[in-house]
Each structure stands twice: as structure tokens, then as C-alpha cells.
Design a protein around this ligand. Structure first.
Ligand SMILES: [Zn+2]
Length: 104
């Protein structure tokens, strides 16, 4: 599995693109690593914000910005949301993650 969707075949077994299947993700996962950005010059988000590497329940590892949880911890369960923002002059829906369960 890969995310985002790609069209150059399977990275693991070499299967051709036409053999790949689309697979919906629930958006649920667990934080594997975390970093807080304190300086950022873009206009689509205001620092500080927190980026996490998240292992989705279906397997793929994705990077995403956490919603207003600078104190989030490794092992926390998260769920995906989207937020509307502007990037390079275009309106886009950006992937974000919200903590649902703190690690015990
Ligand atoms: Zn494969």
C-alpha cells in the first residue's frame, strides 16, 4: 500500500500499475514520531504546529499536521480530518490528524 496514491507500480513487489487496487483508509492510526515546528514562513499554517509520522491502521506510514495538540505523545491514537487552506494561491483541503486517545 502507498499513500498518496501513485501510478508507477508496486514499490514492494514490482506489480504493474493496472494490477494495483484502490483501498479506502479509515483515517485512524497511531503516532510513531513527532516534531514541533517553531519557525515557518509559509502562509498556509501558523507556527508553532506539530507534525507526526502516523502508522495508519491499514499499514501505510503517513506524515501529517496535528490539530492544536502540541503536547501529543508517541503512541497516541489519531483520526484524520481535513482543513481548508490556501497553497500557492489555490484552495486545497489539507490532511490533518486529531488525537482521539492518549497513550496509557
Ligand atoms: Zn506489490
Amino acid at each position: 500500500m502507498s499513500f498518496p496514491e501513485q501510478h508507477f507500480g508496486c514499490e514492494q513487489c514490482g506489480a504493474a500499475t493496472d494490477q494495483l487496487l484502490a483501498s479506502p483508509f479509515t483515517g485512524a492510526g497511531v503516532i510513531q514520531s513527532i516534531a514541533t515546528v517553531h519557525r515557518y514562513q509559509g502562509t498556509d499554517i501558523t507556527a508553532p504546529f506539530t507534525i507526526a509520522a502516523i502508522v495508519l491502521d491499514e499499514g501505510p506510514l503517513v506524515n501529517g499536521v496535528l490539530t492544536d495538540r502540541p503536547s501529543a505523545k508517541i503512541g497516541a491514537a489519531v483520526t484524520a480530518t481535513t482543513t481548508n487552506t490556501t497553497r500557492d494561491g489555490s484552495d486545497v483541503a489539507e490532511l490533518r490528524f486529531t488525537v482521539t486517545v492518549e497513550p496509557s
